[in-house]
Design a protein around this ligand. Structure first.
Ligand SMILES: [Zn+2]
Length: 243
């Protein structure tokens, strides 16, 4: 009977391993997606700030153009001014020139504001570039490894399952069936080890008589509460999948 219990313990260790692989099957694709998404996000962000800069540059060029046109206009008027004899016309043209000069000055202020904006956006671009570089470096470092791991998990699970099934063949069919049911319905745990006089899985306190039977290892003991196969841990680490 002790051999059967050891076999069950080994089977549980293998199912624990399968459980860990299953968790990885969920987690690794998430990690991979996060890495890919962070590159996409950083790319989109860089594009957005670069577009913003292009718009600022466009405005700058148009303001500069306006200033140039107004300066030419002002020069033209100033030249006309010397030829005017009529006082009324002289005044009118003079105030027109003053108006244009005000406009030029306004435009020069907006040009300065745009330059400041451009400096800010340059910093944003630098930050966005460095974020993108880091995201790409992380992707380069991890992507293929993650993809390989994800691709190999099915095979790994199949290998462990085969080992477990080989062990199961040495046990009575009804016991294997019971074990399988527990694995299926009790969070992948069919075997529970005793812990300080209780079931290590559900915490139910084990009766004195049962504790003695657990020490004797002469029959299969089931937890009276959760139904899992109960046993004391083996000293030789039978239940450790890594050994
Ligand atoms: Zn229990």
């Amino acid at each position: 009977m002790e051999e059967e219990l050891k076999t069950l313990a080994k089977m549980q260790a293998l199912d624990d391993q399968i459980g860990r692989y299953r968790i990885l099957q969920k987690e690794l694709p998430k990690q991979l997606n996060e890495i890919i998404e962070s590159v996409e996000e950083a790319t989109a962000n860089l594009l957005a700030v670069e577009t913003e800069r292009a718009e600022i540059n466009k405005k700058q060029r148009s303001v500069e153009m306006e200033i140039k046109q107004m300066q030419e206009q002002s020069k033209k008027y100033s030249a006309q001014l010397t030829e005017i004899k009529n006082n009324k016309e002289y005044k009118a043209l003079n105030s027109e020139i003053a108006y244009i000069k005000d406009k030029i000055s306004d435009n020069e202020s907006s040009l300065l504001e745009l330059m400041e904006l451009e400096n800010e956006i340059k910093e944003k671009i630098a930050t966005a570039k460095s974020v993108l570089e880091k995201a790409e470096a992380l992707k380069k470092e991890k992507e293929s490894d993650l993809r390989e791991q994800i691709a190999s998990l099915d095979t790994k699970i199949e290998e462990v399952r085969t080992q477990r099934n080989d062990l199961a063949r040495t046990l009575p069919v009804s016991l294997v069936k019971y074990y399988g049911n527990m694995i299926k319905h009790k969070q992948n745990q069919a075997v529970a080890y005793t812990r300080e006089g209780s079931c290590g899985a559900c915490g139910f306190v084990i009766r004195q008589q049962m504790r003695i039977e657990l020490q004797l290892r002469r029959k299969i003991i089931y937890c009276e509460n959760c139904g899992r196969i109960l046993m004391n841990r083996f000293e030789d680490k039978t239940d450790d999948a890594s050994s």
